[in-house]
Design a protein around this ligand. Structure first.
Ligand SMILES: CC(C)(COP(=O)(O)OP(=O)(O)OC[C@H]1O[C@@H](n2cnc3c(N)ncnc32)[C@H](O)[C@@H]1OP(=O)(O)O)[C@@H](O)C(=O)NCCC(=O)NCCS
Length: 193
């Protein structure tokens, strides 16, 4: 059985780690920003209790391996500045989806790129995934660039797939295969087990 509750991934500027109850104010601030949530699959939050609920769900889900969400904690000051996740696992197909959210004032410094390099390395290298997908709003330029910079390819459009607070939007579906990743890192990936 997978379990993620003790996972830590370190990058030059960040520690990726499971959320803790005392992260609730930072998690709330991330999800309450209407600009950062402009293209998200849910509306911005308006109740701090939503952060407590998310962290409570994570504690159980990470221990049971249902999904993996990690907070991005900055080495420099210990602050939690973002979230990234692997979810919707389909283990027979060795596939899951990727999600990510970074505090707005910190965009454009390559921080999420750094975090996602570590997360994808874990997904392909340790979890032995064959495919990681991202479902984004085609209008989300920063997300699109983030994915392309990591080697994801746009594979298709799904029309009117989302209705969020009454706004209908399409999906641009991106995919990254294990062999794409292996070519990118320049070495065959080890098989687990
Ligand atoms: C998507 C997101 C995580 C990118 O984080 P980031 O740390 O700024 O990303 P990086 O610094 O690694 O930059 C990735 C690319 O996006 C570009 N970018 C960053 N902010 C941008 C913006 N506001 N508009 C257009 N491009 C932008 C960067 O220039 C970079 O492109 P480059 O490789 O051509 O230079 C961040 O913008 C975010 O949290 N957005 C809101 C949440 C969201 O939409 N998540 C995805 C939902 S599927």
């Amino acid at each position: 059985m997978l379990r993620f509750d003790t996972l830590r991934l370190d990058t030059p500027r960040l520690r990726l780690r499971p959320l803790r109850p005392d992260d609730a104010p930072a998690v709330y601030a991330l999800h309450a920003d209407p600009v950062a949530l402009r293209y998200w699959s849910t509306p911005p939050w308006d109740d701090p209790a939503q952060a407590d609920e998310l962290i409570g769900r994570d504690l159980k889900a990470l221990a049971e391996g249902d999904y993996l969400r990690l907070g991005l904690q900055r080495h420099a000051d210990g602050r939690l500045i973002g979230l990234c996740s692997l979810f919707a696992f389909h283990l027979p197909s060795r596939r899951c989806e990727l999600g990510y959210l970074l505090q707005r004032g910190l965009w454009g410094q390559g921080l999420m790129h750094e975090a996602l390099l570590a997360l994808l390395d874990y997904g392909f290298g340790v979890l032995d995934l064959n495919r990681i997908e991202a479902d984004i709003d085609p209008r989300n330029a920063a997300s699109r660039r983030s994915l392309e910079r990591l080697g994801f390819a746009e594979e298709g459009r799904l029309r009117e797939r989302w209705i969020v607070a009454g706004e209908v939007s399409d999906t641009a579906l991106y995919g990254l295969l294990r062999r794409d990743w292996a070519a990118r890192v320049g070495a065959p990936l080890p098989r687990r087990g």
